[in-house]
Design a protein around this ligand. Structure first.
Ligand code: FES
Length: 107
């Protein structure tokens, strides 16, 4: 397996209903994760981009959260309709989708 140039971690943390921290799962992260995998397949990008689900990334209140390395950029409030832009701008371009970037105080 080749080493990916960019690696996306999508928080897939679940918590019980009513938990004070909430969770990315309760905010639709599974749809986001499925869309990342689907886009990865469409673009046949397995040799250069990794997509992995993760546990809690920290800022639960602003999820779904997505973290991209090697840049260490955190995106918050990501919806499935944002995934193509993240691929085009960040994963296959070298930009950052600033409108989704977590504020400096968060990450
Ligand atoms: S549950 Fe996703 S960041 Fe905490």
């Amino acid at each position: 397996m080749p080493k990916p140039q960019k690696h996306v971690f999508v928080c897939a943390q679940q918590r019980p209903p009513g938990h004070p921290r909430g969770s990315c799962a309760a905010k639709g992260c599974n749809e986001v994760l499925q869309t990342f995998w689907s886009e990865l397949q469409k673009r046949n990008a397995y040799d250069r981009i990794g997509v992995t689900y993760s546990g809690c990334l920290g800022p639960c209140e602003s999820g779904p959260n997505v973290l991209v390395y090697p840049e260490g950029v955190m995106y918050s409030g990501v919806g499935k309709d944002d995934v193509v832009e993240i691929f085009d701008t960040h994963l296959e371009g070298d930009g950052i989708v600033t409108r989704l970037q977590a504020p400096a105080g968060v990450w």
